[in-house]
Design a protein around this ligand. Structure first.
Ligand SMILES: *[C@@H]1O[C@H](CO)[C@@H](O)[C@H](O)[C@H]1NC(C)=O
Ligand SMILES: *[C@@H]1O[C@H](CO)[C@@H](O)[C@H](O)[C@H]1NC(C)=O
Ligand SMILES: *[C@@H]1O[C@H](CO)[C@@H](O)[C@H](O)[C@H]1NC(C)=O
Ligand SMILES: *[C@@H]1O[C@H](CO)[C@@H](O)[C@H](O)[C@H]1NC(C)=O
Ligand SMILES: *[C@@H]1O[C@H](CO)[C@@H](O)[C@H](O)[C@H]1NC(C)=O
Ligand SMILES: *[C@@H]1O[C@H](CO)[C@@H](O)[C@H](O)[C@H]1NC(C)=O
Length: 429
């Protein structure tokens, strides 16, 4: 049997029709007795060294580099803390609703009128999102959201019906950080709200996920970059299409410095998915070259098992610059003491043969910048003393025009993706 491992797939794969009714119902005008969130997650670096840079959020995880989250506060109760996945691969902010009885909800922190005197829900306005992980649906609400020192009133989802597959992850919801101004639930995204309210002058954020071995944890900065988290210059690549996601052209993949010869591939830059997911033919080719004459130990076309001590150089190219993936990041969980390991690169198609999903296994080794204003993604080496091109001392000019995103499917059908996620977590042999 192959080892069971949790893999978070927080990318949007479909959207149902969103009702656009908007009568506001205030659920509770009177705050009930203060309720502390019931679940406290163990974390790797619970008190990370705080960056000296303002507008910075600590990114944490509970070990194993599976899911990365930040803490936000919701509502009028200043001690109501919710851990949400940092997810550049989806659009919406949602948390588990207090009225949800599904296992995924009740085993995590839930939010509702008991937690906030300022919560408003929109009567009859629903949201429904399919993630690679499973489906989430619920109602749309408005309340105060505090993150990185900002406290804004905005719309988000209260999840009422959540797939059991979310239960495994130590989070209370998802913070979608797509390149779109709008969430699927119809409200402006958190970055758009911060810009609209004049709290940030640039629609830019940057992420250093970090690994479980990093003592100071990960970090996200909002409104600019954090020069204490990267070194050298930022290399930018323009967003390749108008889908409202961080999708860029990928030059190629390099094994031991040799180009693999892939062309016309796009990469979805997705901090919310644990692994690197690429179409099966491409995954097979890369693994063959990674192991050389040692051979692939076994594969079912999705999962790959190779020698744990493989140290072949692997890199991905963006905008003419190659970004290496440490072998400790592409080698995954060991199997039963036989010196063989699963890899963190799976043969999975998220959008036909054209798109590679670059998840945390790749992103944790680098610093990434999400520049909505210029619709580009920046890549930089982790380190300190980076060159902050955003700190030019000049006025920032007008913010980007609001775009109307076309929400889309990233997989042929929900069914085919469900089959894939099953083999992801329970590949038996
Ligand atoms: C992380 O969370 C999972 C699921 O809740 C749990 O099984 C695992 O023990 C946690 N890991 C650590 C290191 O706390
Ligand atoms: C955010 O502002 C609201 C309205 O003033 C307030 O009720 C709430 O406590 C604030 N949240 C935090 C975390 O300060
Ligand atoms: C969640 O709970 C609702 C209400 O009880 C139920 O209808 C739905 O089937 C549940 N969803 C899952 C995934 O169990
Ligand atoms: C690769 O990862 C290992 C283990 O985390 C670390 O010791 C090593 O320094 C890393 N190599 C590079 C080039 O970053
Ligand atoms: C990897 O481990 C195998 C035994 O599992 C050993 O035969 C081989 O020499 C090792 N390779 C390297 C590069 O250390
Ligand atoms: C998916 O692939 C199709 C065809 O290659 C392309 O037109 C579409 O933009 C892609 N979707 C995304 C989200 O990149």
């Amino acid at each position: 049997m192959w080892t069971f491992s949790y893999i978070l797939l927080a990318l949007v794969i479909w959207q149902d029709n969103v009702a656009l009714c908007s009568s506001i119902v205030t659920l509770s005008l009177y705050a009930k007795e203060y309720r502390r969130p019931v679940v406290a997650y163990s974390c790797v670096s619970c008190e990370p060294v705080r960056s000296s840079v303002k507008n910075t959020l600590e990114i944490d995880q509970n070990g194993s580099d599976v899911s990365y989250y930040v803490d936000i506060q919701l509502g009028s109760d200043v001690n109501s803390v919710y851990s949400v996945v940092v997810d550049t691969g989806s659009y919406d902010l949602w948390v588990y609703s207090q009225s949800c009885t599904n296992i995924s909800c009740v085993s995590h922190n839930q939010f509702g009128p008991q937690d906030s005197a300022t919560l408003e829900v929109y009567d009859g306005k629903d949201f429904s999102i399919d993630y690679g992980q499973g489906k989430v649906s619920g109602i749309v609400a408005t309340d105060y959201v505090e993150l990185a020192g900002y406290n804004v009133s905005m719309g988000f989802g209260l999840a009422e019906d959540v797939a059991d597959s979310f239960n495994a992850f130590p989070v209370d919801g998802i913070l979608g950080l797509s390149a779109s101004d709008l969430q699927i639930n119809g409200n402006p995204s958190v970055i758009a709200v911060l810009a609209r309210d004049g709290l940030i002058s640039r629609e830019v954020f940057a992420i250093d996920l970090g690994t479980e071995d990093d003592l100071d944890g990960g970090s996200m900065s909002i409104g600019g970059v954090d020069t204490s988290r990267f070194t050298g210059d930022i290399s930018f690549v323009d967003v390749a299409n108008d889908q409202g996601l961080w999708i860029v052209a990928i030059d190629d993949c390099y094994v031991n410095g040799e180009a693999e010869g892939f062309s016309d591939k796009l990469a979805l830059i997705d901090t919310g998915t644990t692994l690197i997911l690429i179409p099966s033919d491409d995954a097979l080719q890369i693994h063959k070259d990674l192991v050389g004459s040692n051979g692939i130990v076994r594969t079912d076309g999705t999962n790959y098992v190779i020698a744990c001590n493989t140290t072949t150089e692997l890199a991905f190219g963006f905008g003419g610059v190659r970004w290496a993936v440490n072998s400790s990041d592409y080698i995954g969980n060991p199997l039963d003491g036989d010196g063989n390991c699963l890899t963190n690169i799976q043969g999975v198609s998220v959008n036909g043969t054209s798109t590679w999903l670059m998840g945390a296994s790749f992103l944790k080794g680098i610093y990434t910048i999400y520049d909505k204003q210029n619709m580009r993604v920046g890549f930089a080496s982790r380190g300190t003393g980076g060159n902050d091109i955003y700190d030019d001392g000049h006025p920032t000019g007008s913010l980007s025009a609001e775009i109307t995103p076309t929400f889309h499917s990233l997989s042929a059908s929900t069914n085919s993706f469900a089959a894939i996620s099953m083999s992801t977590i329970s590949a038996g042999e």
